[in-house]
Design a binder for this molecule. Sequence first.
Ligand code: VGL
Ligand code: ZN
Length: 202
Amino acid sequence: MKRNNALLIVDVQNDFCPDGKLAVPEGDTIVPVLNKYISIFARNKWPIFASRDWHPKQTAHFKQFGGQWPEHCIEDTPGAKFHPILRLPEDAIILSKGMHPDKDSYSAFQAVDSRGNEFPHLLNTFSIKELFVGGLATDYCVRWSVVDALKFGYKVALLVDAIKGVDLKPRDSEAAIEEMVKLGVKKMTFEKLSRILAEERK
Ligand code: VGL
Ligand code: ZN
């Protein structure tokens, strides 16, 4: 694990948590787990990325403009803020996506940092080889981000104890996880990662 790892926390925003505009059931329950992963990555000085859905008021992503979703994560609103309990370090890199008025974009690979640098470019500059991915929602933005990560040639560890899905249909999240595993993703838990790192310190 001395390799070049990075953590990608997908869309842990108020609107995707209970009481939010597009609440993922129990979406907030993964936040304490993500905080534990954050500690590990910070301690190892591995980069931490946090993506956010960052929509304009009018976008074809929303039902009222022909899309699939109720309004959510409108830029600079409380619903678009990261969950208040999420402990992102100062040097975490914030990635924004979904700013386009007439396109959906679910994947963090379509996101940019505050200077407009694209995520794949940032990963390159850090020489990242393996991405550890958690967040919301399993069946949308996590899934699309993971599928893209594999396309770009990254190894992917899916943080199965730190994801939750929308489940528009009951088994959507399960099916998404199965699909990701078939594509080559490795399932990871906090316990397992701690064990691997402890072994390496011996
Ligand atoms: C998402 C639905 C709509 C997500 C974003 O972050 O998974 N889902 N917009
Ligand atoms: Zn969205």
